[in-house]
Ligand binder design. Structure first.
Ligand code: IPE
Ligand code: IPE
Ligand code: MG
Length: 253
């Protein structure tokens, strides 16, 4: 029997996969451990998914690591997450370079603790030349924040006389988001059984295929990722058209 990986059509891969890595706390709880243990264990899943995405030939992988709303968690959990981030970026840097993976970040990085921000920016600078895949960490990220910021930037351009209101369109708007130059995610995965977007890539996910799994993030392994890709490949993406029109396009290009 074919394993999930062998069933994947490499010519029909999403170019960008976005993941909401959820369920670390609940995973730890089932083991009678503190929530932070779940976050630490989740790093293994990050490593596996990054490796497998690069191996398959996916070009962009965006991971939701910390939302703006996550500041409301207990102080100890927040600081543990920030420390974990610094340690992980430092530890994984050589393997990112070995695998030719470029690190990038989206979100309001100015509000991160200095040490976290510095390590992150160093990681980004040191992997800048890599070309195989871009790993984007969404950190202190909020989609509504991003949309408001884009609106302010566009308003500034209008005030300065560099942009006419009638020339504001979807492309201009996209170019003012933190994901400028990154294609929209074709596939968005959320683990842990929650069926919500939690302020993630709201503009960019307008036509994303959503995939929800009850697997908790620290249990998420390569095969789960393959399953998500396979599910994506079985879907018909209509973009407002009818099935018949899509059939027509295929046979009569
Ligand atoms: C996701 O796991 C990690 C972050 C949000 C940082 P959670 O910490 O949200 O885990 P649950 O949802 O409470 O189980
Ligand atoms: C979303 O998870 C944010 C990240 C995965 C970083 P949450 O666990 O914070 O989301 P909600 O609050 O349950 O929607
Ligand atoms: Mg959660």
């Amino acid at each position: 029997m074919l394993n999930p990986k062998d069933k994947i059509d490499l010519n029909k891969l999403p170019s960008h996969v976005a993941i909401i890595m959820d369920g670390n706390g609940r995973w730890a709880k089932t083991k009678g451990k503190p929530r932070v243990f779940g976050h630490k264990s989740g790093v293994t899943s990050v490593r596996e998914v990054t490796e497998v995405a690069a191996e398959l030939g996916i070009q962009y992988l965006t991971l939701y690591a910390f939302s703006t709303e996550n500041w409301s968690r207990p102080t100890l959990e927040v600081s543990a997450l920030m420390t974990l981030l610094v340690e992980t970026v430092k530890r994984e840097l050589s393997s990112l370079n070995k695998n030719n993976i470029k690190l990038q970040a989206i979100g309001d990085l100015s509000k991160l603790p200095e040490k976290t921000r510095k390590t992150l920016l160093e990681g980004i600078a040191q992997t800048n030349e890599n070309t195989r895949m871009t790993l984007i960490l969404a950190l202190n990220y909020s989609s509504r924040w991003e949309i408001v910021e884009a609106s302010k930037k566009i308003a500034q351009q209008v005030i300065k006389g560099n942009l006419l209101i009638e020339n504001i369109n979807e492309e201009v708007f996209s170019d003012n988001l933190t994901t400028k130059d990154i294609p929209d995610p074709e596939l968005m995965i959320r683990t842990s059984g929650e069926h919500r977007i939690s302020n993630y890539l709201l503009w960019q996910a307008a036509y994303s295929e959503l995939y929800f799994t009850s697997v908790l993030w620290p249990d998420f392994r390569k095969d789960h990722f393959y399953e998500a890709i396979l599910d994506f490949q079985g879907r018909e993406r209509r973009f407002g058209k009818t099935s018949e029109q899509l059939g027509l396009t295929k046979s009569n290009p």
